[in-house]
Structures are given as C-alpha cells and as structure tokens.
Design a protein around this ligand. Structure first.
Ligand code: SAH
Length: 503
C-alpha cells in the first residue's frame, strides 16, 4: 500500500483567521491531526468530526512526545493509510524543526507537503504596527533564536555571533528569548549595541490577550522579570520600534482585553463568537453537549444513496447540516445531488449553516419550536416523502406529526450528542482567577448546563442574557442578568455588551 501524505502545516501565530486556505484544505482531509499545545480550538474545528486530534506538549491531557516519537507516529499513521496533518505554530520552517521531520519522512518513503504559515516574528509588524523594515532606518531584518540547543552552550550564553548581530544594519527579532533575555541583551550591548536601543516585547501576538511592552535593550531584562512575562514572546530590537503607535489597530478594538464565555454546542454559536472576536474579545467556548459520530453510518449512507426519492430534507440543527454535508461530500458526490429535493430547516442558525455550503433553505421555521415546523407542512404532508436529518436525541414530535398527516418519513441519525459533564479546565481556571468578564447566556438550557458545570464560580462574571426565557432561567438559579439583549439575537447581545462598555 502506498502511504498517505503527511502535511507539515504552519498554523500562524495564533489568530485562527491567519490560517492559509491550503492549511484549511489539509485539515479538512486529515485523519489524524498532531498539534502543538498552543493551537486555538477554532483551528481544529476545520478537521472532520471523525478525525483523531492528538495534542502534543505541555497542556492538560497533552502527552509529552519526543521529536522522535512524533516522527515515528507520523510515519506509522501514513503507512496505515491515514492522512496526517502536523500542525505547527507560525511557519513550520522557522525554528520549527521542519527539516529534521522531512528528512525522516523522506527516508521512510512517506510523501509529504509543507504548508507555510505566518511566522510570529513577522506577525508583530501587522498586529503591533511595528514596521520591521523602514526606508532609511531598517533595510533588513534578522530572525534570531535566543535559545540555542543545550549542547552548544557552555557559559550560559549561546554560540550566536553577537559581534555580527550587534553590527547588523537592521531590525533584530528574537524568538524564544524570554528565559535568556539577561544574557542576550547583555551580549548585544557588550558588542556595541546602545543600551537605549528601542525594544518591543510582544507576547501572544495576534491572540485576544496579546500584550506589548516597550522598553530598551538596557531595561529589557528587568522589565521581563518585573512583569513576570512568560513565553511565547518575540523581542523586536531596533529603531523601528519607535514608529509603533501606543495602541495598534488590533489593541484599539472596542472589546480588546475582554474575556467572554460562550456556552454552546460546537457549530451553533459561531455567529456570536465571530461577532465578539471581530470586536477584539477573547472568546472561550464551553460546549454544553459534545458532538460525536452517529452510532452507525449505514442509515445516512442509504438515504444519501437514494436522496432523489425524497421531496423534502429537513434539518433540525446546524450540527445535522454539517454531519450530513460532510458525509455527502466525503462520498465523492456534491451538492448537485440535492437538486431535486427541497430543504427545510429549524431556526435561522441552521439556515445559515446550510448557506455556508451555498445551499438555500426553501423553508425556514423562524422559531426554535419543532411544532411550528411540523404545522407548516400539514397541508401538503399527505403522500410527501420526508427525510429528517437529526441528532441521536431528537424529539419525536416532528416525525409523529408528519406521519399522522399522511407523510412518508425516514429519520436518520447523522450525529450523536452527549452532555458534557466535566468543566473545561482552562475555563474553570479563568473563573477561579476572576478572569471572565461576561457570560453570554444564549438559552435556558445553556444556563442550566453552565450552572451544573461551574456552580458558584459563575458569580465572578456578569451575565448577558439573550432574552426573557433565558433571563427567567437565570433568576431561577438566583442570578439577575446584568443585561438583556433586544432584539433577542446574537447581534443584539453583542450590541448590549458594547453599550455597557461605553458607559
Ligand atoms: N515556528 C514558529 C516559531 C517556533 S519557536 C513561528 O514561525 O512563529 C517558539 C517561539 O516562537 C516562541 O518562543 C516565541 O518566541 C515565538 N512565538 C510563537 N508564537 C508567538 C506569538 N503568538 N507571539 C509571540 N511570539 C510567538
């Protein structure tokens, strides 16, 4: 068997919007994704539901694998016919050991492809408005690692040629420089760089909690120590740092620095998240339910095989749309096989999900009430063939009503869902530290599931409620909502949060 391909993919510095189109394509087709612990969960959402996601590194649940373990794993997976994405921060070839990995892959006869990414040292130019090159001030840039491998080190200072670096006629960008800042800054000054050379330390560039600290070569070490700055950070050393405005466009966005918890099932609160992220907020998503593959694919496959026999395909959730379309596309078919059937959806969010596949719903039940969809079909139900695409816990009202009205109804389970019973550790830690500013309460059931997961910890944050039903659920739990949106939509919710910010 010819092995599958391994894709070494650059994920960019953090913001999931900085993925390349090619990176997204590779993620979509991956059977296994090996990812660094820094990856944003939104990046991983591009992977198929069935893909195996393997965290590497130091975070909760992450196994610490040696570089050799990782290479071995990639080779084994590819040989088993599974397409692998090895996701790396920034660009895989900038301090990313790409060459070691490709050498091993080549030796093993495993085909590979490298997908470049935005490297963090260059991202600071855009996100902090530090022009790394500037006419008359800096006509070249050096990317430098301050952290050489241990075996090269003797006296604690790496073997970098500091005389050459100090004399470099342009901007220096140091990666991995936090731990040894005292050493490398001193070495540069010893070799003649002036202590008042401007320096910008940029931590978690392009993430919602990006931090920029301005100092000089002479003060960099003490500033890092005082502020207890932790990696990942890059240091930009050079006159161009002076050109950066106090607040870059990125840091000036209205919700920058705010942390908002969005309770959701994957996929359904995308709109809310996108709006909040667009305004600069850091969004933490707490899924209330976990989406899994269905217990068996055969019923859905059979329905897809014979899709032309249906008059209507009905989707009751965005997750159903995703599962159905993914399966359809995986089978090698495309949306044309739906040309004859009509499409009905429950709720505008489900319609939007369908629209993301360039498909327009013929009927949208505006309220999230199954009964309203069922009753809209009553007149025409007799003799009509329906395919209901649902989750494993679908209510029985819709099929029962349709059947009573004389319709022929096939129900397929396109995905499973289970209640999430354990709080997300990152979110729990943020609550404990009082670091969550807002909780968007988007439904009564979301509120109840948050209460189940976090209990009293919720007290430290403010609640933004989407509407009266959700507010009532909050009051039942003894919490008065801090605001209630009007209109009762994602956009209304975000507007209300913005207005509080302005006050
Ligand atoms: N291949 C990566 C670099 C890996 S080395 C790239 O191209 O960006 C890890 C170092 O990258 C960190 O120590 C830090 O210096 C830098 N880094 C990675 N992500 C960063 C971010 N979002 N903001 C600032 N520095 C970052």
């Amino acid at each position: 068997m010819t092995p599958a391909t391994v894709y070494l993919v650059g994920a960019g510095p953090g913001d999931p919007g900085l993925l390349t189109v090619r990176a997204v394509q590779c993620l979509r087709r991956a059977d296994v994704v090996l990812y660094d612990y820094l990856a944003d969960p939104a990046v991983l959402e591009h992977a198929a539901l069935s893909a195996e996601l393997v965290p590497l590194g130091h975070h909760e649940g992450g196994r610490v694998l040696t570089p050799e373990d990782i290479t071995r794993r990639m080779v084994a997976e590819a040989r088993a016919g599974r397409t692998v994405v090895r996701l790396k921060g920034g660009d895989p070839c900038v301090f990313g050991r790409a060459a070691d990995e490709t050498a091993a892959l080549r030796e093993a006869g495993v085909p590979f492809e490298i997908v470049p990414g935005v490297t963090s040292g260059l991202a600071v130019a855009a996100y902090c408005e530090i022009p790394l090159t500037q006419q008359d001030e800096a006509s070249c840039v050096a990317l430098v690692t301050a952290h050489e491998r241990n075996e090269k080190e003797e006296s604690g200072v790496s073997r970098l040629d500091f005389a050459a670096l100090a004399a470099f006629p342009g901007t220096l960008v140091f990666y991995m420089g936090v731990g040894r800042v005292a050493q490398w800054s001193a070495a540069l000054m010893e070799h003649g760089r002036k202590p008042d050379t401007p320096v910008a330390v940029v931590r978690r560039c392009s993430w919602a909690d990006q931090e920029t600290v301005r100092c000089t070569l002479g003060t960099a070490a003490s500033v890092v120590a005082e502020r207890r700055l932790k990696p990942p950070a890059v240091f930009v050393v050079g006159e161009v740092v002076e050109r950066a405005p106090e607040l870059s466009w990125f840091a000036a966005r209205p919700l920058f620095g705010m942390r908002v918890l969005v309770p959701s099932a994957p996929g359904t609160s995308r709109k809310l998240r996108d709006l909040l992220v667009g305004l600069g907020a850091e969004v933490m998503v707490q899924p209330a339910i976990r989406i899994t593959p269905p217990p068996e694919w055969a019923p859905l496959d059979a329905a897809l095989e014979d899709i032309e026999r249906y008059d209507w395909v009905v989707f009751t959730s965005a997750n159903g749309v995703d599962a159905f379309m993914e399966r359809l596309l995986e089978s090698g078919a495309d949306a044309r096989c739906l040309h004859r059937v009509r499409l009905a959806v429950l709720g505008p969010g489900t319609a939007e999900e369908l629209a993301s596949y360039r498909l327009k719903a013929d009927r949208v039940a505006e309220t999230f009430v199954t009964e309203s969809l069922a009753s809209s079909f009553l007149e025409e139900a007799a003799g009509t063939r329906f395919l209901l695409v649902q989750g494993s816990r679908a209510r029985k009202v819709l099929p029962a009503t349709l059947r009573m009205a004389g319709a022929e109804v096939d129900e397929v389970v396109a995905y499973g869902s289970e209640d999430v019973m354990e709080p997300d550790p990152k979110t729990a830690a943020a609550f404990a530290a009082g670091d969550i500013d807002w909780i968007t309460a988007t439904s009564a059931s979301a509120v109840r599931s948050l209460a189940r997961l976090y209990g009293d910890a919720l007290r430290s944050a403010r609640f933004a409620s989407i509407g009266p039903v959700t507010s009532a659920a909050l009051r039942e739990l003894g919490r008065e909502p801090d605001l209630e949106a009007s209109p009762h939509t994602a956009a209304g919710l975000v507007d209300a949060i913005l207005r509080v910010g302005e006050r």
